[in-house]
Design a protein. Structure first.
Length: 282
């Protein structure tokens, strides 16, 4: 069973307590900028990062704290862990000073299970494992989240507000589906970018100047994605609306929808990514 939160529907200006962001790279930095854009007070945010960017440093002028002494921070309302998964064994033990009875810790580290997190953090901590994707950088991401049994309704509401700052959020109860989530939405943007690359190469092979082929492919993929985003119509219907019987689109779709076509390739690709996600989780 899944439940959804609407994209961009929440403001953060009324949140209280300290939010600790561990890792302010591409995804962590996108979250931070989105929080600030939705009204979260910089003075309530602590960033832990050994090499924060100049843009992050500039926010100290508005009250953001970077790498403060843990004793000056105290218990956090929420901790968002946005470091690379391989750094987890070294980073997680250092977060103990920020964790209290009311703290909820959120991991967006790929492959790191709730069980792993529970073993590395203080016993009984409320935990949420989440998988965002890169369109979060422009506020158009989607995140899937699964809580452990210790997460309260209030903590889930807080985390939902933090995660939905960069796009829609889907909540699931079965952590076992997170590998498939990773394969579809976590890795999915790369598949779409590959489609744009392949379409451009095919256009060039058909005789278009490469630069024009690239422009046409990028605009077509981006525009079609925006149409899909804005429309409530099923993707299959949108496809059919472009396709005239016996026309050029139908000729192309006959190839793409063949038994060994796009469906079969995508099924194999997602299955491979799912397997790899399970392998990385151990």
């Amino acid at each position: 069973m899944t439940t959804s939160s609407p994209q961009g529907a929440q403001t953060l200006s009324g949140l209280s307590g300290t939010i600790v962001l561990v890792g302010a790279g591409k995804m962590g930095g996108a979250k931070l900028q989105a929080w600030l854009g939705l009204g979260l007070d910089p003075k309530s945010i602590v960033v832990i990062d050994p090499l924060p960017s100049a843009d992050i440093h500039a926010l100290t002028g508005r009250g953001l704290r970077i790498n403060p002494n843990a004793s000056t921070v105290g218990e956090a309302a929420a901790i968002l862990i946005a470091v690379k998964p391989q750094l987890a064994p070294d980073v997680l033990p250092t977060l103990k000073p920020y964790i209290g009875g009311s703290t909820v810790a959120v991991s967006i580290m790929a492959g790191r299970t709730l069980g792993f997190l529970e073993g590395a953090l203080p016993q009984g901590v409320a935990l949420i494992r989440a998988m965002p994707n890169t369109p979060a950088a422009i506020g158009r991401g989607i995140t899937v989240a699964v809580p452990n049994a210790q997460v309260s309704p209030a903590q889930r509401k807080l985390v939902d507000a933090l995660l939905s700052a960069t796009g829609a959020v889907e909540w699931i109860a079965d952590e076992g589906t997170m590998d498939a989530v990773t394969a579809v939405s976590g890795s999915g943007p790369a598949y779409v970018f590959l489609l744009a690359e392949a379409l451009a190469r095919a256009g060039a092979a058909a005789g278009l100047p490469p630069e024009l082929a690239t422009k046409l492919a990028r605009a077509t993929v981006a525009g079609s994605g925006e149409l899909l985003h804005r429309s409530t119509t099923d993707a299959a219907i949108l496809r059919q609306n472009v396709t005239s019987p016996g026309g050029t689109t139908a000729a192309a779709l006959e190839v793409l929808m063949a038994k060994d076509g796009l469906d079969a390739l995508m099924e194999k690709a997602v299955a491979a990514a799912t397997r790899r996600s399970r392998e990385l989780a151990g």
